[in-house]
Write a protein that binds this ligand. Structure first.
Ligand code: NCD
Length: 304
């Protein structure tokens, strides 16, 4: 069981992952198994960047466990605006809560913050770094639809700045998964992630053209170009609108292809795909609740 901070998917073993996914599946089948288990406990939501799904699904998850949430609110309305450091902010909030969820624009911020607090801290996105709780719900969705062994996964879009991609790629090395990365040359996986995958013995290939791998894929994980992370708007515009899928692009895909996306989408997936059996991205978002219930239950000590 996970009992500490969750900062990077690189720290997750296969056993850790399977324990959370199995617990999430049990909760999904019968939410009564954890009802009221964390009565009166408090989860602090500290979001220094926009969020809809991650924040609301953590909030729903905590409430369904019987707990409560407190919210730092927007950066504009918090003491951060007065120049408070991240370390001070989390040290203060720790005194109000039993666990914390942190999203912050700087890579490495969750690791730094975790060094100042004793309550479990979940990294809900640190700049272009990691987003490991998203990965747990991504894995849950992959397992439900394609299984997690002997599968071929394509990950497409902004592989450079996409933190959900970095976390997912790390986590998939625990399973028998062939990983194909599809992106423009300028948005390839960062060198450090490629290095880690290589060290983990992952089966990885990189492409600029989806057609090269599409027919082999069990899962296609599409991502948004992370406009807010580009140093120059001009660089964003040079790649925006590439790597878009619609039903025609998917003509050569397997009928049982699972199409995923962490959301929000901009224009990477044409709405016509939503109507097909391949589209799993809304189920994926909904899986955030049982998976985060299982994660929080584990971090808060479960029924120990
Ligand atoms: C992702 C994120 O914040 O990294 N969103 C999410 O949590 N589902 C993906 C994105 O913003 O593109």
């Amino acid at each position: 069981m996970l009992q500490d901070h969750l900062i990077s998917a690189a720290h997750l073993s296969r056993d850790d992952i399977e324990a959370v996914l199995d617990h999430a599946a049990a909760i999904d089948a019968d939410p009564e198994v954890v009802r009221g288990r964390h009565d009166g406990r408090v989860l602090a939501l500290c979001f220094f960047e926009p969020s809809t799904r991650t924040k609301m699904s953590f909030e729903t998850a905590m409430k369904r466990l019987g707990g409560e949430t407190i919210d730092m609110g927007s950066v504009e309305s918090s003491s951060v605006k007065k120049g408070e450091s991240l370390a001070d902010t989390v040290r203060v909030i720790e005194g109000y809560a039993d666990a914390m969820v942190l999203r912050h624009p700087s890579e490495g911020s969750a690791k730094l913050a975790s060094e100042f607090v004793d309550v479990p801290l979940v990294n809900a996105g640190d700049g272009a770094g990691q987003h490991p709780s998203q990965t747990l719900l991504d894995l849950y969705t992959i397992r439900e639809n394609a299984g997690l062994d002997d599968i071929t996964v394509g990950i497409m879009g902004d592989l450079k700045y996409g933190r959900t991609v970095h976390s997912l790629a790390h986590a998939l090395t625990n399973f028998d998964v062939r990983q194909h990365f599809v992106s423009p040359e300028s948005l390839r996986l960062p060198r450090n992630v490629r290095y880690d995958l290589h060290e983990a013995g992952a089966q990885v290939r990189e492409h600029t053209d989806l057609d090269e791998v599409l027919p082999d894929l069990d899962v296609l994980y599409v991502t948004r170009i992370q406009r807010e992370r580009f140093p120059e708007e001009r660089e964003y515009r040079a790649v925006a609108g590439e790597y878009r899928i619609d039903n025609e692009v998917l003509t050569d895909a397997r009928d049982d292809l699972t199409v995923m996306h962490p959301l929000p989408r901009v224009d990477e997936i044409a709405p016509e795909v939503d109507e097909t059996a391949r589209a799993k991205y809304f189920d994926q978002a909904h899986n955030g609740v049982p998976v985060r219930m299982a994660l929080l239950d584990s971090l808060l000590g479960g029924d120990r």
